[in-house]
Design a protein around this ligand. Structure first.
Ligand SMILES: [Zn+2]
Length: 153
């Protein structure tokens, strides 16, 4: 059994919706980080039945951690320092999403240009809009359909 306490310094991404761990692992570019990372799938959770969990060892914080606030609002980030829990936070939805989701507008430049960054900014109403064509994305679509979520390989 993997224990949160078994890391000395690092971050645990807890309460990931079961089955979403691998997607988040890719979206955070964790395979490129060179850090020790453990992905635990279908762990037992008192709150949600089952959950996925990612354990990242080391003091480097993944640069794309803020996108979790968009992907899954149930997630808890647990920061571990010297073997003890330093703080627990819920990620806040970021102002900008870069290469996380695709624009659904078939006439958008990002649908035509393959090397274009997919960038969405949060508008004053709290909705994300494509910076190229202003297409709005529907906040909860990611939890029902994975079609718009980008997995980069
Ligand atoms: Zn667009």
């Amino acid at each position: 059994m993997l224990k949160v306490e078994s890391i000395q310094n690092g971050i645990v991404i807890d309460h990931i919706t079961a089955g979403k761990g691998m997607e988040i692992y890719h979206l955070l570019d964790l395979e490129a980080s060179g850090q020790s990372v453990a992905l635990l799938q279908n762990a037992k959770s008192r709150k949600y039945g089952t959950k996925d969990l990612i354990k990242i060892e080391g003091t480097t914080i993944p640069s794309r951690l803020d996108i979790l606030g968009y992907l899954d609002d149930k997630i808890t980030l647990i920061y571990i320092q010297n073997g003890t829990v330093d703080k627990k936070v819920h990620p806040v939805p970021p102002k900008e999403l870069k290469n996380v989701i695709r624009c659904q507008n078939p006439r958008c430049i990002t649908s035509i240009e393959t090397d274009c960054d997919h960038i969405f900014r949060m508008s004053s109403s709290g909705k994300y809009r494509c910076i190229y064509c202003n297409q709005e994305i529907h906040m909860k679509s990611h939890s029902h359909s994975d079609k718009s979520v980008m997995i980069r390989r």
